[in-house]
Design a protein around this ligand. Structure first.
Ligand SMILES: [Cu+2]
Length: 138
């Protein structure tokens, strides 16, 4: 037996040409920045246009940023100089800066398959734990 609301949703999805059973069809990654962590949902996406919806969920009045680097390195072992990751050593795909507490910004990138690292490169923030890995599948 098919629930009526579900049936309507399925028809609407078909009319829009989207895949109703694929959660990541739109390639959106929700990124939550806290004082000592970067959380991704999901942490894997298919290659192509990827939109990062970046939210500064920090507890205090701290600004953050998000930098996307393409590298096979472990996100916990990047080169650091005076509290900041040496971005010039990497291929930088893009970034969003100056995120005030509670604010959300979007970053849309075309990404090829591979391993990426996301960091906040405000001085000292990387060493506080603001880094994570991200995989783009074929
Ligand atoms: Cu930060």
């Amino acid at each position: 037996m098919i629930d009526r609301n579900h049936a309507v949703y399925m028809l609407a999805a078909l009319a829009l040409g989207v895949a109703p059973l694929s959660a990541n069809a739109d390639g959106t990654i929700h990124v939550k920045l806290t004082d000592n962590m970067i959380q991704l949902d999901p942490a894997t996406v298919n290659a192509g246009r990827v939109t990062f919806e970046v939210n500064n969920a920090t507890s205090g009045n701290t600004e953050h940023e998000l930098v996307v680097l393409k590298t096979d390195m472990d996100d916990a072992h990047l080169p650091v100089h005076k509290g900041q990751v040496t971005e010039s050593r990497f291929k930088k795909m893009g970034e969003v800066e100056d995120l005030a507490q509670g604010s959300t910004k979007h970053l849309s990138l075309k990404l090829a398959p591979g391993h990426y690292v996301l960091i906040c490169n405000r001085p000292g923030h990387y060493e506080m734990g603001m880094h994570t890995s991200f995989v783009v599948a074929r």
